[in-house]
Ligand binder design. Structure first.
Ligand SMILES: [Zn+2]
Length: 77
């Protein structure tokens, strides 16, 4: 598997089986597969993963905060 060369990857840099986790300060954790996000929320292959911080709000009622943490993980079946 090729090593990632940037600490600020774009969607295009993600491996096929990587997923994106967002964690809110309220404790809510949400997992996305990159291909489920591309084409939505103005996201393209060139969007930087950590730019999601500015594009997402927590879905928990009465929360609506921006993600506090974003990280990548391997998809687990
Ligand atoms: Zn929240």
């Amino acid at each position: 598997m090729p090593r990632r060369t940037t600490a600020d990857p774009t969607f295009d840099d993600l491996h096929r089986r990587e997923v994106i986790w967002l964690k809110c300060k309220c404790g809510k954790e949400t997992c996305f597969r990159p291909h489920d996000l591309i084409g939505r929320h103005g996201i393209t292959l060139r969007t930087r993963i950590f730019a999601l911080q500015d594009r997402f709000r927590c879905k928990v009622k009465n929360c609506g905060a921006r993600p506090e943490r974003i990280w990548l993980d391997k998809w687990r079946d």
